[in-house]
Design a protein around this ligand. Structure first.
Ligand code: RIB
Length: 342
């Protein structure tokens, strides 16, 4: 069986040029393309991925469905998935639902009729969501759930321990002496958001602080809802001295609005986020946050999927990665004007 080097020799080009031609991963001149095509035909050469697809009826394509392509958290997951998939000759098909159930429903129905070999899904909503459950039950191909995982025992899944991460964030703020700690949660019915509300409440309870529901508001994981939530929180009869936002984008929105209101972070208001996106250490003040192993979420989810494709009956894996509190300037131990203490 001819290989890529035989084709290169016959066409009088390098193996790298042949690889670029096969994978459409770079410029190859028209004359060279013709020479390579003629050499492949003469040698009856079929590229690996194409050969495998013909032999096993696999498409060599996997799909990844994410909720928000503009949030830096998700492209990092995509990077991890693609690095693993491409090493095994799989192409990645990416879908963005914009957190819309309608869009997600449309994408899942398209996927059900598409020749993909497997699907990795970060659902837009999952709490009690029949749509995802139906899709999983009808699963015609291997599926891996990531990040926002529902209790579906037959499906491989991987997520961060959202509850523990939120507990760590609120515990840190309590440890700084804060007793009026607001929580800007993510969207309702999203597991990562709901688990963080529980972790926040548990930490306050452990410090003997009753949860004041007026201090818990829901955003949509974008900077704008973090920005927009601060005014109403600061206008409460007893304003918060700290804010724990359920993701970094909302936390950055809070810092942006605090600056406009003349509120110093952290002296007047401590701020903590969740995700540890690339910009968390660059914004000013640098963001205290809970880091997720985001790239590893993507890498491991792709490994779980390729494993399921190769061994459909292997045991189901449910992986929970540990979060890690990263203390930076926005909620560091400084003299807290609002508390009158260090
Ligand atoms: O920033 C987006 C959030 O949605 C992240 O915290 C991630 O866990 C996802 O659930």
């Amino acid at each position: 069986m001819a290989n890529i080097h035989d084709v290169a020799a016959k066409a009088g080009v390098s193996a790298a040029t042949v690889s670029r031609f096969i994978n459409s991963s770079g410029y190859v001149g028209a004359k060279t393309r013709t020479k390579i095509r003629e050499a492949m035909e003469a040698l009856d050469y079929v590229p690996n991925s194409m050969a495998r697809s013909l032999r096993t009826n696999e498409s060599m394509i996997v799909a990844l469905v994410i909720p928000d392509v503009t949030n830096p958290f998700f492209p990092t997951v995509v990077r991890g998935v693609d690095d693993v998939a491409s090493k095994s000759d799989y192409r990645l098909m990416l879908f963005n639902t914009d957190g819309s159930k309608r869009r997600e429903e449309n994408i899942l129905s398209v996927l059900a009729q598409t020749r993909v070999d497997g699907v990795i899904v970060i659902p837009s909503e999952t709490v009690g969501d029949a749509q995802i459950t139906d899709f999983l039950e009808q699963q015609r191909f291997p599926i891996v759930l990531v990040d926002r995982v529902i209790d579906f025992p037959q499906v491989d899944c991987i997520m961060t321990d959202h509850y523990l991460g939120a507990y760590q964030a609120a515990q840190h703020l309590c440890g700084l002496g804060h007793r009026r700690i607001a929580h800007i949660a993510g969207p309702r019915r999203v597991v990562s958001s709901e688990e963080r509300v529980k972790g926040y409440a548990a930490a306050l309870n452990d410090f003997g602080i009753p949860v004041d529901q007026s201090l818990v508001v829901h955003g949509d994981f974008t900077r704008y809802t973090g920005y927009g939530s601060l005014d109403s929180l600061m206008n409460l009869p007893e304003a918060p001295t700290a804010v724990f936002a359920a993701n970094d984008l909302m936390a950055i929105g809070v810092i942006e609005r605090a600056r406009e209101l003349g509120i110093k972070v952290p002296e007047d208001l401590a701020v903590c986020g969740f995700d540890d996106i690339e910009y968390a250490s660059i914004v000013s003040p640098s963001l205290t946050t809970v880091s997720q192993e985001t790239y590893r979420l993507g890498k491991l989810s792709a490994q779980l999927l390729l494993r399921r494709i190769a061994e459909p009956d292997c045991e189901v894996r449910r992986i929970k990665l540990k979060p890690n509190l990263i203390v930076r300037e926005s909620a560091a131990r400084v003299y807290q004007h609002t508390l009158g203490r260090w």
